[in-house]
Each structure stands twice: as C-alpha cells, then as structure tokens.
Write a protein that binds this ligand. Structure first.
Ligand code: PRX
Length: 630
C-alpha cells in the first residue's frame, strides 16, 4: 500500500487511535476522556471530556514562540491600505474586542452576528467570540437586508458587529442602512450593535443600541480577557447555508473537533508549517474564510493574509504582487477567480516572483480542465482541486500532500480524505456502488469526522431529516452531489442532486430566489434554475408568470418588470442572488400532478435535450422557454 492509502485505511479502520493522535496537534486544558461518542447516531461527539479554546489555539499558544511574527496581514486595494498584526498585537486586539463584547453583555453561549467587510476587525470579532465562549454567526457582506433579517431571527444574537461600509471595485457599499432595515424586519432585536467606523459612509448611531468600536476600544486597551475553557462539544459558531427549502440552515460547529480537524488539515493536506504564509482569497462570510483565512492558518502558526478587493484592480497582477511581497507559500482561491484572470493577459503573472508558492488550492465549484491547465502553465506550481461543503468545514476530496505527494488529475478533486468514509450510493435503491466509474450520490458513512457540522442550529430534526438516510445497518450522510470514482480512487463531481446552484463559487438556493421574486406584486409564479456559464460556472435564470400580463406585450414593458424583479432580489437577498435574466412565460412546465419539471426547464435553458416528457401537462410550456432562450 502507498503511504496515503495506509494512512486513509487507518483513519477508517481505527478511528479512535487515528484521531487521538491528531488531537495531540492542539492544546487541551483538560485532555479528552473519549475520542468519539457515537451512541446517538447520527450525532457524533468528538473528544468528549476534553476542554480547550479555539482562540487559545489560534493565538495565545503561539506567543511563547512567535509573538513578533506577523499573524494577520490585512490588505485592501479598495482603501489602499495594508496593516500587519503580529501574534502579540493580534492577542491584544482580540482581548480588546472580547472586553468590549463583554461590556455589551455578551456571555458564554450567546450568539454574536458579524456582518462585515474583509477588514482585520472582522477576524478580531470572530476570535473574540470564541475566546469568551460566545458563538459567532458571520453573514456574508454581499447579502442584503432580507437574508440578514432571517439569519438574525434564527440566531437570535445578543449583539451584532458591523461596519459603516464595504467597498467593491472602488464603489462604497454602505452596510449600516441594510443592517438597520434587517433589524427592523426581524422579530428578534439584538440588544447591542457595535459599529466599526472606517470613514467610508456616514452613519447614524441609534442611542442606547449602537456603539462605536473606536471609543469603546480606548476604554479597554489593557483589559485582560482570559480564554474561557469550553467543552470540546461546545459550539464555536453557526454559519448559514442554503439548501432545498427557502430557509437557510445554521450549520453548527463544535470546538475541539474543529480545532483538531483544522490542525490536521494544515499538516496533512496543506503540508504547512509554522511561519509559512497563507493567502486565501475567499471571504469571511463563507466557510473557506472561517477555516482557511482565520482559523486553520493561525492554528498552524502561519501568517494569514486577508484581502479586500478584486483580483483585477488596480490590475490583474495584484494577487501575484501580494504573493511576491509576502512570500506566500500557500494560496487558496476559487475557479471563478481564475477564469476572471484568464481573460486578462497571462504576462501579469510573469511580472512577479511566485516561486515561493508550494501550490494553489481551488475549491467551491467544479474546476474545469482548461482553467486548471491555464493557471498551471502560468504559475508553474501544482494546482490542487479540493471538494467540500459548509457542512464539513474541511476537504472531503483532495490530495494529502503532507502525507504523500500525489499527482493531480485535472477534472478530479482527488481522493477521499482521511476520516471520511466516502461512498457512492445508487439513488434508485439506496445501495452502495462499489465498481469503478459508476454515477451515484456522494455520501459519507457516519460518524462524520471531527470538524464537520454537529447539527442544524436549534433543529436536530432538520439535521437528521435533511442529510441522513439509512442503508441496512448504517447511517449515511448525503452531500447532495453526484459523483463517480475511477479505479484509482480519484473522484469526479457531476453537480448537485438538489435545488442548490453555485454561482461564481457562491452557494445559493433556487427556492430562496423564487420566494423573493414571488413576493413582487405582479408575479404569480416563478421557477429559478441554474444555467451553465463560461465565467461563473452557473448563473441563476428565472422564468416567471405575471399576475397581470396585459401590459407585457412590448420588450420595453417586459424589461421594466424584469428590472423591478432584479431590484427586488438585490434589496432582499443581495446582488449575488440576482438572476441573470427573468423571462416571462404564460405557463411553467409541470407534470399533470402539478410538480414543476425543473430538470427539463434547466435542460432547455441550457439548450440541451430535456429527455422524457411523457408526464408533462402542457408541451407548449417548454416551447415558450425554448423560444425565449433562443
Ligand atoms: O456542489 C459542491 C460544490 O459546492 C458545494 C458546497 O458549497 P459550500 O457549502 O459553499 O462549500 C464550499 C467549500 C469549498 C458542494 O456541495 N463544490 C465545492 N467544491 C467543489 C464543488 N464542486 C466541484 N468541485 C469542487 N472542488
């Protein structure tokens, strides 16, 4: 057996021995009594009896050996600023933030919602929460008031941390009005709002509720806030993600399992060591930002780079100039970003010295071969695809270069990672597909390894019912992705089995977009599908039936209503969810029993053969779609 095959087998056959060794990678205040308690499947409790703290492992424990090493470098090409914080400085800032949060009434177990642009204070706030045992719930800054309100309602935060504005492509995006609107919409009202004033947009502070970070920070410059030692199973955070139903799910993560899983991934998957420099171009609003901008690199004692800005501004060389300047060793991005760069001149890459890079990891959406090949040729470093989910917190499929150097096969994210008992399931009968090259649902036999979701926030039943299925004698977690595995164990991901779409690496629920569109007074019914796009991977496309179509007989009238619908989605969910087109039809393709034929609609929108349509009520419905998309 090869070194990795052996490593993998041990993780599956002797999980207790395997994970108890990995648990040595972190600091425990009290060592765990039991590696895994799976007595109540599918709920897994990792490192039972152990107490630890995520912030201690990310920050405090490095003070003895690397206090003056840069821990966090915050770069913004939007505000033209660059600021580096050593571990000692990060330690001080996190304690100030923790003290301020405590002064606002935040206690262990409370939730704090973070709605922030990519600035250092966002990382301080996350670390401060876990330092005092509070749970953070970061909401992506690109989401608008409706999305924010539903998350505030579900998380019921005691406090919200936000900023006056973000900035994108030089355009200031004020956050405060969206936050005020979201709080007004939400049934739950947070007691306190902490505002970081970047001086980008004017804001009105509501007396009694809103507080200014700069002023409160001054009062706590030297306040010592020790780490709260929490049970390994104490939740560290919730992060909302989209699924089949309209309401996003709060993915809840533990503390000990997550810390161990990230420490292990830094070693085995990223082959990283303390002092290395990690640059993940994601956003703290997504899971990659949690695991690989903030926690993973810091746990490993690396320098992490936080970047606010576009990959093409001031020019398409900006990321590579950062790699050169900071001697970045590990870079993590998404295929869409590479496709954006691919449209620019490859000479931008040759202008800079990028040979410090060990590899470029790409995740979040399918990595097409031409894109992988282009960036591989341009950078001359290994390109490593990795497949995972908000739910899992770290890669399910990739290559574990720290264990054994293996070659990437373009088009495949790679092999099952240690700890994940990956299976392919035949959807028709629920049985496992064992022969190579068969298409099935990518599934993981329980228990999920450390670091994966514990449950859906306050909804155990939803966790069980959404993700788990029994196959004789065993419980299996569904990823909702189709996949195949070749004879060498390399997997290929073939798209989602549910109504989730992936636009430029952003995971969106088509049902959420439909709900937003349907709330427009002149929309009777709507279907949103994901349509293949050469730049963004997929885009959302809407097909709507107007309540009153009498005024829609001209292009101008249709465009006007389309514009209104798009604006509505922008203001409720955010521009990330805006459909690329809203087409008006008189009827949607449905079965005789009234079920929407989504797959057929998507196929026609992608100019593919819709397949068997014998159950369709009205064949003219698809003809309209065909005529519209051309
Ligand atoms: O459909 C898969 C796709 O993105 C989904 C998870 O998205 P999210 O929860 O935002 O987590 C992203 C973490 C990197 C998956 O169910 N996906 C993610 N990575 C890949 C991918 N599809 C193909 N190849 C990948 N490498």
């Amino acid at each position: 057996m090869t070194a990795y095959a052996d490593f993998y087998r041990q993780s599956i056959d002797q999980p207790d021995a395997f994970w108890s060794e990995q648990a040595q990678l972190i600091d425990w205040h009290t060592p765990p009594r039991q590696v895994c308690d799976y007595s109540n499947p599918p709920f897994a409790k990792w490192f039972v009896g152990g107490t630890t703290n995520l912030c201690h492992n990310a920050v405090d424990r490095h003070l003895a050996t690397r206090a003056s090493q840069p821990a966090l470098v915050a770069i913004s090409t939007e505000t033209d600023s660059e600021r580096s914080y050593s571990f000692a400085e990060l330690h001080a800032e996190v304690q100030r933030m923790a003290a301020v949060l405590q002064s606002l009434g935040v206690k262990k177990g409370d939730r704090v919602l973070i709605y922030m642009p990519m600035i250092a204070e966002a990382a301080f706030a996350m670390l401060a929460c876990v330092r005092i045992g509070a749970l953070h719930s970061v909401v992506f800054g690109g989401f608008a008031s409706g999305s924010l309100a539903s998350r505030i309602e579900d998380a019921e935060p005691v406090a919200v941390v936000s900023a006056d504005a973000g900035s994108r492509g030089g355009k200031v995006v004020p956050y405060k009005p969206l936050l005020d609107e979201a709080i007004a919409l939400s049934k739950h009202k947070p007691a306190a709002v902490l505002m970081i004033n970047r001086g980008l947009a004017p804001m009105h502070l509501q007396p009694g509720r809103d507080h200014d970070w700069t002023a409160l920070r001054e009062q706590h410059l030297h306040t010592v806030v020790p780490c709260e030692w929490v049970e390994s199973t104490h939740p560290s955070y919730t992060l909302y993600t989209s699924g089949t139903t309209g309401k996003p799910k709060g993915v809840q993560r533990d503390t000990g399992g997550y810390t161990v899983a990230l420490a292990a991934s830094m070693k085995h998957i990223f082959d990283a060591k303390a002092g290395d420099v990690y640059f993940a171009t994601s956003d703290i609003g997504w899971v990659v930002g949690h695991s690989y901008i903030v926690y993973g690199p810091l746990i490993a004692g690396m320098t992490t780079i936080m970047y606010e800005g576009l990959p093409t501004r001031p020019d398409a060389g900006v990321w590579w100039s950062i790699v050169e300047k900071y001697k970045v060793t590990h870079m993590f991005s998404a295929p869409t970003a590479v496709r954006v760069l691919k449209k620019q001149d490859a000479s931008w890459l040759r202008k800079y010295h990028v040979q410090t890079l060990k590899a470029l990891w790409l995740a979040g959406e399918p990595l097409d071969e031409p894109t992988a090949q282009w960036i591989s040729d341009a950078l001359q470093v290994p390109i490593i695809d990795n497949y995972w989910q908000t739910e899992t917190g770290w890669p399910i499929l990739t290559l574990a270069n720290g264990v054994e150097q293996q070659t990437t096969r373009f088009g495949s994210p790679g092999k099952a990672m240690y700890g994940y008992h990956v299976k392919l399931i035949d959807e028709s009968n629920g049985e496992e597909l064992t022969a190579p090259n068969q298409k099935g649902v990518v599934a993981i036999e329980g228990p999920l390894p450390p670091g994966c979701m514990q449950t859906v926030w306050r909804d155990d039943a939803r966790f069980v019912n959404t993700y788990w299925k029994s196959i004789p004698g065993r419980l299996i977690y569904s990823t909702f992705d189709w996949g195949i595995r070749d004879a060498d164990g390399y997997h290929f991901i073939l798209g989602r089995t549910d109504d989730v779409i992936n636009v430029a690496g952003h995971r969106l629920g088509t049902r959420e977009i439909e709900e937003s569109i349907a709330s427009h007074p002149n929309i009777a019914e709507v279907a949103v599908v994901g349509v293949a796009d050469s730049l963004k991977g997929q885009v959302a496309m809407a097909f709507a039936v107007a309540r009153d179509a009498s005024g829609l007989d001209s292009d101008a009238a249709r465009l006007k209503l389309e514009g209104e619908v798009m604006k509505q989605v922008d203001s409720q969910l955010g521009a990330v969810a805006r459909p690329s087109r809203v087409y008006f039809v008189t009827v949607l393709p449905k079965t005789r029993s009234g079920k929407l034929l989504r797959r057929a609609l998507q196929a026609v929108a992608e100019r593919r053969d819709p397949g068997d349509l014998t159950t369709m009520e009205d064949p003219a419905a698809l003809q309209q779609v065909k005529d519209l998309v051309g």
